[in-house]
Design a protein around this ligand. Sequence first.
Ligand SMILES: [Fe+2]
Length: 167
Amino acid sequence: MSESKTSMGADRGFPALEHGHLCAEKDRLGSRCQSIRQLLSHGELREASKSLARFEVSMARHMRIEEEILFPKFSDAAPQTAQLLVEELRRDHEALRGLLESLAATLERGCSALEELDRFAGLLNAHEAKEEMYVYPTIFHLVQPSEMARIASRLLRTSAGSEPGAG
Ligand SMILES: [Fe+2]
């Protein structure tokens, strides 16, 4: 398991999927968001911009895993009730992507973007609360770690070279 984590990990930009892994990744993303906020509040815009660029890669990967693997699995498990929720979660992802783009543009102009970051963090927290309450428990109950790893491996092959390694 640790070898698959290493071989599919940060150097390839696509971590092994296993029970709990994505929840831990959510925590790390939240912490990194806070670190960027600290940099901004200290006026360290250049460092914040670099950190944000790496964060964007991780967020993109995280959301892609959810959209390509977890949401379809969740929809299969509960087709009647999942549809509206999954649509809402996908809209959240689009809004998060838009806010990240806007944040990066604001930083490129040399502005602080603290307010935008807080808006992004607020949406991210609300979005993750919905996923953790409804989607993740169902997925982790239904999908075996070996199946998750197999799907991740397939996605890794199809996405190879499409994005740089996460920082
Ligand atoms: Fe999500």
